[in-house]
Design a protein around this ligand. Sequence first.
Ligand SMILES: Nc1ncnc2c1ncn2[C@@H]1O[C@H](COP(=O)(O)OP(=O)(O)OP(=O)(O)O)[C@@H](O)[C@H]1O
Ligand SMILES: [Mg+2]
Length: 241
Amino acid sequence: MLSAETVDVKFGVTYALSEATVEAHEAQVTGLIGPNGAGKTTLFNVITGLQAPTRGRVTIDGEDVTNLKPHIRARKRVARTFQRLEVFGSLTARENILVACEIRNQWDSTSEDPRTVADEILDRVGLREVGNQPVDAMPTGLARLVELGRALAIRPKLLLLDEPGSGLDSSETLGLGQLLTELAEDGMAILLVEHDVELVMRISKEIYVLDFGRVIAHGTPGEVKDNADVQAAYLGAEVPA
Ligand SMILES: Nc1ncnc2c1ncn2[C@@H]1O[C@H](COP(=O)(O)OP(=O)(O)OP(=O)(O)O)[C@@H](O)[C@H]1O
Ligand SMILES: [Mg+2]
């Protein structure tokens, strides 16, 4: 569904990404992990069109989208959430999702009633009971679900999540893991950036590890966990030969 190929992003003299190649396939969660500043959010920005790559290309479902604007990529059913939560705080949870449903109706030839879809999504992310509360009054865990719900409004084929677990308590994290697993089972390609490595290991089919802009490892959770380069990147320590 997604292929980001040999992507470089240069800021001044430093490379935020260097020859980074990452793929995400339908019907599975793909994890993207790495220490702070590794380039994870920058890669999301390149995939969604907010950041032009210095080199490399992005294809979505086989189509080269490298030169397309973000809103055009969204119409190809690419949705994302942001590391620093981006929601309409003065609107209710339901209104946040409804806005996205209504915008989608402007370009998608669907006969679906936005209000019906919004309610369906509220159910899906478990927010029906608090749907009429303003998001500003909600704890972070629920506000993140609102943002996820809004992303779901375009019925994404590819969903990029930038630290959806941050600010969630342990039971909310369990619920999030379950929800993402279900969305993947329904066919969605999910690329998950998350500092909660335990969550990523549990629900991802494969994982990429970025460090200083480079992909230093790629494989199953078991392969990645046992990788000496990954252990060194996370512990900041030399691994004895
Ligand atoms: N707009 C920018 N201008 C200059 N440097 C930037 C810009 N955006 C990111 N960087 C730098 O690029 C590198 C990668 O940043 P990025 O935010 O992609 O990392 P990250 O893996 O998402 O980190 P974190 O886990 O802390 O969110 C960092 O060194 C960062 O300071
Ligand atoms: Mg980031």
